[in-house]
Design a protein around this ligand. Structure first.
Ligand SMILES: O=C(O)c1ccc(O)c(O)c1
Ligand SMILES: [Mg+2]
Length: 601
């Protein structure tokens, strides 16, 4: 179906919004009146600009407080409408949205509303314009879609139809099934928005927290199915009032917006992009650093061995068990020191994964970084992290490992127990305004499942975190967002290593010169009050800074943290009895400890 976006959904000037919408692949736009009023362009220039960009103007909106008012007020409203219709003629658009009245002058009289909307439609018809009447969820007397439709039906005017808006319908808990009773040709327009589920005033909820379909908790897909079943043929148009998107760059927001519509159409059975290829593991993570020494010291103490070097680039491969970390000292290094720049995801079909990503508008990266490199499929996540789709040691597929030449086995640090087995999870902090997009990206592009969002309070603000995982938990990425872009803990990235004996792993790390994050005594005192531990167990945790969590099914989680280099730190995690979480209950203590910055050898 054709796709459209209301200019109110994007930040910037009208021209910036139009350019972003066109570049992201939208077919049309709804022009929001305030964007037009604030633009130095004449209506004719806006019309030409849209045409040059290949955009149709699908709707002009909104007209407010038109109907069910005393006659002398309505006469003024018609005068206002005539002015708008003249403007719309200059803009070259033929549909206007009228939202249900919120005016204290409006009366609860459907017959009056019907009669006045019919007269408005008569006037519109003279201009070749159609009026789409929409029930605002907070409309004074008309606030449900079925009520708005009853009025439109009673008016029986060819230039009067209804506009359905998923937010207003779903936010009020109306049953969208009744949409199928509306003839498709009388649904003049469809606006789509999602929203996180919140218990708050519906107007505030709508004006500040709408988000793109798939980013919130409303069943926009189910609603769309009913609208299509009704026979609606018009565009799918996003109308998203959101405080964060207004401040963000229109370009990337428009791309995320268009991706959400592609995914929505797929979910509703209206489009069939290449199927997701769910990753089956983490092959490697790649750190970039201006100085190899700090990450090398940390990896060495964690028992990693430097096993191979890239044939043409300053990149070392460090391995321990199935955990692999690349350390890149090449030109990608950033000012903030060591950063996690790329993730290699094991994929059963790397090319298929890249095709899916491209169809969903993910930026595709060059397959080879240098002529002699293996041709690897890679895309950029919203935060710029490069995602490589790879198949480690797979005969038939390009092998990333073949770009590396084995180093002679070096002296390995003696270890009490070789317990680190693989990467358990990654925690990647997202730019604050890109969190929802990041979740939708990982879900839709990679086919991962998003768990519930959790809030974590640290001393200087509230962090939000949401994990995306594959079915067997071999890929787990905790996406996080911090309270302020300047907060260091808000920019941290961490790599959690799975171990079957966190005490042994922590002791070996410390014996090799590693520094563990010190945890306040109060924390362990509290643990003692909550759980029974065996003799000496708690003292061991206290000594090593090991944190403990237990879930409702009796699953247990023991974990501790290394010092941070640049933006990166490591976590050692031991999961027992099917624990599936990330120790969220302990995160405030960890973040507070990181603010204090105390580590113990
Ligand atoms: O919040 C509003 O006023 C408003 C205006 C126009 C719409 O289409 C809408 O859904 C809400
Ligand atoms: Mg609307």
């Amino acid at each position: 179906m054709r796709t459209s976006i209301a200019t109110v959904s994007l930040g910037g000037s009208l021209t910036e919004k139009l350019t972003a919408a066109a570049r992201a692949g939208f077919d049309g736009v709804e022009i929001f009146e305030n964007d037009l009023l604030a633009s130095p362009l004449t209506p004719e220039e806006i019309r030409t600009r849209c045409a040059d960009l290949g955009l149709t103007i699908d709707l002009y909106q909104p007209m407010r407080d038109i109907e069910a008012v005393p006659e002398e007020v309505f006469a003024g409203n018609l005068r206002r409408a005539r002015h708008k219709f003249e403007l719309m003629r200059r803009l070259g658009t033929d549909t206007v949205l009228v939202c249900s009245s919120v005016s204290p002058l409006a009366v609860d009289d459907d017959a009056l509303a019907t009669g006045q909307l019919r007269r408005l439609a008569d006037l519109a018809q003279e201009f070749g314009i159609r009026v789409a009447y929409e029930a605002l969820a907070w409309g004074r007397h008309v606030n449900t879609y079925d009520h708005a439709w009853r009025i439109v039906e009673a008016a029986g005017h060819p230039a009067l139809g209804t506009c359905l808006d998923s937010f207003h319908i779903l936010a009020r808990g109306s049953d969208p099934k009744g949409i199928e009773d509306i003839p498709g040709e009388k649904i003049f327009f469809l606006q789509l928005a999602d929203a996180p589920l919140m218990a708050m005033d519906v107007l505030q909820w709508s004006r500040h927290y709408r988000c793109f379909p798939g980013q919130g908790g409303l069943d926009v897909t189910g609603l769309l199915r009913h609208v299509v079943a009704a026979g609606y043929q018009g565009p799918l148009s996003l109308e998203v009032f959101n405080d964060v998107f207004r401040q963000a760059d229109a370009g990337p927001t428009a791309v995320d917006a268009h991706r959400s519509l592609l995914v929505l159409q797929e979910a509703a059975g209206l489009a069939e992009p290449p199927a997701p290829v769910v990753p089956t593991g983490v092959a490697f993570v790649e750190l970039v650093t201006p100085d190899a020494e700090p990450p090398a010291a940390l990896l060495g103490a964690l028992g990693f061995a430097r096993t191979a070097r890239h044939r043409s680039k300053p990149v070392d491969l460090w391995e321990r068990g199935e955990a692999r970390v690349l350390v890149n000292t090449g030109p990608g290094a950033r000012r903030e020191g060591t950063c996690l720049a790329a993730v290699g995801l094991e994929s059963p079909d790397p090319t298929g994964a890249a095709r899916r990503a491209e169809a969903l508008l993910a930026p595709v990266l060059p397959r080879r970084r240098a002529p002699e490199d293996a041709p690897l499929d890679a895309v950029a996540a919203p935060d710029g992290t490069e995602l490589f789709f790879v198949a480690t040691d797979h005969q038939a597929l390009p092998n990333w490992r073949a770009d590396f030449e084995d180093l002679p086995p070096g002296r390995t640090t003696p270890r009490a127990a070789d317990t680190v087995t693989r990467i358990d999870h990654l925690a990647l902090t997202q730019p604050w305004h890109e969190f929802d997009e990041a979740v939708l990206f990982h879900r839709s592009v990679l086919g991962l499942h998003a768990q519930d969002s959790v809030d974590v309070a640290d001393p200087y603000g509230l962090h939000r975190s949401r994990a995306v995982t594959n079915a067997d938990g071999s890929v787990r990425i905790a996406l996080g967002v911090g309270p302020a872009p300047t907060d260091d803990t808000a920019r941290a990235q961490h790599i959690a290593l799975a171990t079957d004996d966190v005490v042994a792993a922590a002791r070996a790390f410390r014996a090799a010169g590693g520094r563990l994050l010190a945890v306040p005594a109060n924390y362990h005192d509290d643990l003692a009050a909550r759980y029974g531990f065996g003799d000496g167990e708690l003292e061991t945790y206290r000594d090593l800074g090991i944190l403990y969590d237990r879930d409702e099914q009796g699953g247990e989680f023991r974990h501790c943290y290394t010092e941070t280099v640049g933006r990166v730190f490591f976590e050692l995690v031991q999961r027992d009895a099917g624990y599936r979480g990330y120790g969220a209950a302990n995160a405030p203590v960890r973040m507070a400890a990181q603010h204090i910055g105390r580590t113990v050898r």
